[in-house]
Design a protein around this ligand. Structure first.
Ligand code: UD1
Length: 446
């Protein structure tokens, strides 16, 4: 009889690598849009319907955060019905916010609706310090009194009418979350807010479009200057989330790394310019078959250099997946991570699979190897787990991935979708997986 700790028994992903994939992938709605639209629904005291919402642990958790605030939320298929009429609670529960950074973004709408918000400092992926100073300074510029005490941000609007005031705010860094927090807060403020050096990510534009569909007055989203003219209230809305560009990118890399042609839809190709350009530099062609469908036609991979940057630069959320691809590309590559200071957790695990990667600070030097070998590995964050799945698909032998809660936070049925393409992938109990790990050699860390 074997004795295993509960951790060992939690499910693992078993991938038998080296198989070609083929077919079509249906892309889900964007995680990062869906989460912030859910936060944005707090601005509205009528019914909100958000469609094309991916089925993810993070979305479920955000739903729990909203419920804890007195909001009614129901899901039917891919749609969320949200009724924030009776939004009553200004304090978000620590147990939930600590697990999901995006839930901190409710501070803007909550403050705008109730004049008070008490939100614990956020959690999320362990990919760096991720402070919230830009959110806080922006809200202060709009007249909020904000204090951080005992790990909780206490914000309130002094005065009788309890409305934020429009302000000119320059963000020291084009933070996605701070842009979204402040844009939401400004929709119900008195007067005009100008956000300078704003984030230009497609999810910011999606949030602006969602708020505009509720009657908000916002222009310039998608550029570095966003202007919001406050309105007294917002009305009900029925809105569909944009496709997930990170899921698209992940499947494009799946095609390139397994040398397989794949077709993906629905997609907004313009959201993927940097990713498509880098795939081209590495040797794979991405063809736009129709306005919302892409096909990847893989070629022999060669190394290239990548630096992550705010949009429209190369996305940090695709860094780990491209690193997996570059481990098998001919020659040397350098990846520089500039957005987060601690986003290299996948390096040690890829090296366990036979990759040759050295890191110094936020730089990784990748020397291409002819093949990877399956190994037991541990996912350290959401995108790192995707990188390990991709490496496992291409590796010789069996890869066992632990730490699936990261994957489940942000990918809507990744293994189901890969299975449909012919991948040998299954979720098994930790023990079963551990028994089936072949005794392939584990390469030392370089
Ligand atoms: C969002 C995305 C995440 C993506 C990231 C960058 C969501 C839910 N998550 O995260 O998937 O990787 O954008 O594209 O949308 N920073 C500060 N002070 C602040 C805010 C941020 O210093 O007040 C720093 C962060 O520590 C980080 C950098 O700015 O180093 C970028 O963070 P930000 O753009 O805010 O990312 P998130 O909104 O957290």
């Amino acid at each position: 009889m074997t004795h295993s700790s509960p951790e060992e028994r939690s499910p693992v992903l078993e991938i038998i690598g080296g198989h070609r994939l083929s077919g079509e992938v249906r892309i889900s709605g964007a995680k990062n849009s869906a989460l912030v639209l859910m936060a944005g629904s707090l601005l509205c005291s009528q019914d909100c319907r958000i469609r094309n919402v991916p089925s993810l642990a993070d979305v479920a958790r955000m739903g729990e955060v909203l419920s804890a605030l007195g909001v009614k939320i129901t899901r039917s298929e891919d749609a969320l019905e949200i009724d924030a009429r009776h939004l009553s609670q200004s304090k978000a529960p620590y147990e939930l916010v600590s697990q999901l950074r995006a839930s901190f973004f409710i501070i803007g709408p909550l403050l705008a609706r109730l004049g008070i918000a008490r939100i614990p400092l956020p959690g999320g992926c362990a990919i760096g310090a991720r402070p919230v100073d830009l959110h806080v300074r922006g809200l202060q510029a709009m007249g909020a009194d904000v204090q951080i005490e005992h790990g909780t941000v206490h914000a309130c609007i002094p005065g009788v009418n309890r409305r934020l005031k429009g302000a000119r705010i320059y963000l020291d860094y084009p933070s996605v979350g701070a842009t979204e927090t402040l844009m939401m807060a400004a929709t119900l403020a008195d007067g005009e807010t100008i956000l300078e050096n704003a984030a230009q990510e497609p999810e910011v534009v999606d949030l602006a479009n969602f708020c505009r569909a509720m009657g908000a007055r916002i222009r310039g989203a998608g550029t570095n200057t966003i202007v919001i003219s406050g309105v007294p209230s917002l009305h009900s809305v029925d809105y569909a989330v944009i496709p997930d560009r990170v899921e698209v990118g992940t499947f494009l890399v799946a095609g390139a790394i397994t040398q397989s042609e794949l077709s993906l839809a629905p997609v907004v190709p313009d959201h993927l310019t940097a990713v498509i350009a880098k795939l081209g530099a590495i040797g794979s062609e991405v063809i736009q078959e129709t306005p919302n469908r892409l096909r990847i036609v893989p070629g022999a991979s060669r190394g290239t250099d990548i630096e992550t940057l705010p949009y429209p630069g190369f996305p940090t959320d695709m860094q780990a997946q491209f690193m997996a691809l570059l481990t098998l590309s001919e020659g040397d590559s350098i990846i520089t991570e500039t957005v987060f200071e601690n986003r290299m957790g996948h390096v040690a695990e890829l090296n366990r699979m036979g990759a040759d990667i050295r890191t110094k600070g936020n730089h990784a030097v990748i020397r291409g190897v002819p093949f990877l070998t399956g190994a037991p590995v541990v996912a350290t964050d959401l995108r790192a787990s995707a990188a390990l799945v991709l490496a496992g698909l291409a590796a010789r032998g069996t890869t066992i991935i632990q730490g699936l809660h990261h994957l489940d936070r942000g990918y809507d049925d990744l293994e189901g979708k890969l299975k449909l393409l012919g991948a040998q992938i299954r979720r098994v109990k930790g023990d079963a997986g551990a028994e089936s790990v072949s005794s392939l050699p584990v390469m030392p860390r370089s």
